[in-house]
Ligand binder design. Structure first.
Ligand SMILES: [Zn+2]
Length: 122
């Protein structure tokens, strides 16, 4: 899309009168807000900026939704971890008692072995 170098630098007389048949395709500025400075190049065309802005807003909304989903997922995981405390404690107790049994068993065996030691003085 090519535009004249003086694009939107001059106010549109038709628009000022009330109606411009070119509408948004007019090369003249439709009001002060649409007017660009002769000394500063129009950074982007207004429609492009609006479209770009819409894309950015859409992406931002998507990111916010993704972020929300991730936060909810994290909360679920944290809740599951908290809810599993009893199971984890039980498991820990089981392992602990297993080790204690092993230890006690070992101690008992050693004791019995000692008591039953042949040739022990009575
Ligand atoms: Zn116009």
């Amino acid at each position: 899309m090519s535009r004249p170098s003086n694009y939107k630098t001059i106010l549109c007389a038709k628009y000022a009168e009330g109606f411009c048949p070119y509408g948004k395709d007019c090369n003249f500025a439709h009001g002060k807000n649409d007017q660009r400075s002769k000394y500063h190049p129009y950074p982007e065309f207004f429609e492009d900026r609006v479209a770009n802005n819409d894309l950015l807003l859409k992406r931002l909304t998507e990111l916010e939704q993704e972020n929300q989903a991730l936060r909810e997922n994290q909360l679920k995981l944290e809740k599951a971890w908290k809810d599993s405390i009893h199971e984890r404690k039980k498991l820990y107790q089981l392992i602990l008692s297993q080790k204690t049994k092993e230890k006690l068993g070992g101690a008992k065996l050693a004791e019995e072995d000692f008591k039953g030691q042949p040739g022990d003085p009575c």
